[in-house]
Design a protein around this ligand. Structure first.
Ligand code: APR
Length: 234
């Protein structure tokens, strides 16, 4: 089976009702990213940050995977498929994708504030009580915090993601402005012989590479067109 790798961003979940970051009306217009999505912001006001992610977790539980998520999952029928996502939602998994690498963490998980990547401290929050509050403790006794990679923190899942990108026969970027590194740098590891596709209604200017096939559509419609293109060649 050919190896198919996706790199998805907030646009992947836009049709599920989750707002993007940098589109008009995006999340960062309402909440300054330094305040709610950086390690400095967490140290400055942990309660504000914990509340921000409690609100996003509550919103996520009202959202469902969209057509785009479902077709990405369906590609496992024809390809050895890996999804590398910048998204912290679990909609790829809920749609049935079985190999998902989260570069920026997972909203439904919580961890130690002393050592966020200590696997013994990473827990999944129950859907019936998807909240963290000041005073909740991780397994190491430190304050429980969201299992999110904040600006200013390392991105440990970049290693496995790079390995997958280097092996890809087909690499598909969906719904990301490619503004944030190291995630956006993943494109540089894709072999020149691999086929490159981009699905985005407003493709990022960063993607000037002439060898990329741009599908100027939303995730759902774009994945319908891509499924047609990729399965014709099987
Ligand atoms: N379908 C596909 N793409 C869409 C759709 C849609 N329905 N709607 C918007 N888009 C595209 C936009 O055109 C834009 O290119 O999704 C992209 C969203 O870009 P951003 O809001 O910058 O989101 P993203 O690229 O995922 O941000 C990367 O930045 O803030 C941090 O950690 C956060 O993971 C996030 C990272």
């Amino acid at each position: 089976m050919k190896k198919l790798v996706f790199l998805t961003g907030a646009g992947m979940s836009a049709e599920s009702g989750i707002s993007t970051f940098r589109d008009a009306g995006g999340l960062w217009e309402k909440y300054p990213v330094q305040q709610v999505a950086s390690i400095e912001g967490y140290y400055r006001d942990p309660e504000l940050v914990i509340t921000f992610y409690n609100q996003r977790r509550k919103q996520l539980l009202e959202c469902l995977p969209n057509e785009g998520h479902r077709i990405v999952a369906e590609m496992e029928k024809w390809f050895d498929t890996t999804v590398v996502t910048q998204n912290i939602d679990n909609l790829h998994e809920k749609a049935g994708s079985s190999h998902v690498i989260h570069l920026h963490g997972e909203l439904m998980k919580a961890t130690s504030s002393r050592n966020p990547n200590d696997s013994r401290c990473i827990t999944t929050l129950p859907e019936e009580r998807p909240f963290i509050k000041i005073g909740d403790k991780a397994a190491d006794g430190s304050q429980l915090r969201p299992f999110i990679v904040w600006f200013g923190e390392s991105v440990p899942m970049m290693e496995p993601a790079i390995e997958k990108a280097m092996e890809a026969d087909i690499f598909v970027v969906i719904g990301t402005s490619l503004n944030v590194y190291p995630a956006a740098g993943l494109l540089n590891y894709v072999r020149p012989t691999a086929k490159l596709y981009l699905i985005d209604p407003k493709p990022a200017s960063a993607v000037s590479a002439s060898n990329i096939h741009i599908i100027k559509k939303g995730a759902g419609e774009g994945m319908k067109e891509l499924r047609q293109l990729l399965t014709e060649e099987i």
